[in-house]
Write a protein that binds this ligand. Structure first.
Ligand SMILES: Nc1ncnc2c1ncn2[C@@H]1O[C@H](COP(=O)(O)OP(=O)(O)OP(=O)(O)O)[C@@H](O)[C@H]1O
Ligand SMILES: [Mg+2]
Length: 248
């Protein structure tokens, strides 16, 4: 794992156009080591695209992403996707594969994979084929896979989206442990209670633009942008296919 300086992570004038649609527009953003940020906003606001471009999976159409002043993508970073993709092999092997791809070999690989799976509460399912795990189990496995890499920043795209309440609080606990281990967290969520408990700051996106970045309590008590105020009152439109914001 590379140990080159990573922070600050800076987005400068970040714009992403996909299929003729401007998904995010001129976003400026700085992330310091150990930060905990929740990215909120209505469906289609550009949250997932922002995480993907920060993680280096989409090239910006304009602007740049800099890690400690350099455009080279850092390796000490991991992402958990809204819809995780699993290889057709066991849960444990999925984590081991990610470690192998990151150069972790031998007994350490097995030990780290087992440890990560245990931490997300999936030990009893370690030998099961990852593809037959339920949606929530796959989401936890994806978290284990990302965490096993011991990243210094982790991007989590709706980490509790399809989890039952017990699994969601497990994941919340795991996110707390990841942060306690020194990892910066950038998370999108529609669970406002989760954002409030886990994040220190809220970044709010509306129609691809960052309308505010505010300390978490202040955001929920007195949002600075009219868009966020409307969002918190439930007045911004929601896509019927996606979950509505909830208090938990
Ligand atoms: N590959 C693509 N081609 C064209 N448009 C895209 C593509 N990917 C995303 N978009 C569009 O970019 C916008 C932002 O999408 P994004 O997935 O970031 O939204 P989001 O804020 O994550 O929404 P949600 O809360 O539903 O997850 C949407 O209008 C989406 O349709
Ligand atoms: Mg999304």
């Amino acid at each position: 794992m590379a140990s080159a300086p990573l922070f600050p992570l800076e987005a400068r004038g970040l714009t992403v156009v996909l299929g003729g649609h401007t998904a995010i527009e001129r976003i400026d953003f700085v992330l310091d080591a150990g930060a905990r940020i929740a990215v909120l906003g209505p469906n289609g606001a550009g949250k997932s695209v922002l995480l993907r471009v920060l993680h280096g999976l989409i090239a910006p159409s304009a602007g740049e992403v800099l890690w400690a002043g350099s455009a080279a993508r850092a390796r000490d970073q991991a992402m958990v996707f809204q819809r995780p993709v699993m290889l057709r092999r066991s849960a444990l092997a999925n984590v081991e594969f990610a470690l192998a791809m990151n150069g972790v070999r031998g007994p350490e690989r097995r030990a780290r994979a087992r440890d990560a799976i245990e931490r997300v509460g999936l030990s009893s399912l370690a030998a099961r084929s990852a593809r037959v795990l339920s949606g929530g189990e796959q989401q936890r496995l994806a978290l284990a896979r990302a965490w096993s890499l011991r990243p210094r920043v982790i991007f989590l795209d709706e980490p509790t989206a399809s989890l039952d309440p017990a699994a969601a609080s497990e994941v919340e606990r795991v996110i707390g442990e990841i942060h306690a281990a020194g990892t910066a967290i950038v998370m999108t969520t529609h669970h406002l209670g989760l954002a409030r408990r886990v994040a220190d700051e809220i970044v709010f996106l509306h129609e691809g633009r960052l309308t505010e970045r505010t300390a978490v309590e202040r955001f929920f008590n007195a949002p600075q942008s009219p868009e966020a105020a409307r969002f918190l009152k439930g007045e911004l439109p929601w896509n019927k296919s996606s979950p509505e914001p909830s208090a938990d």
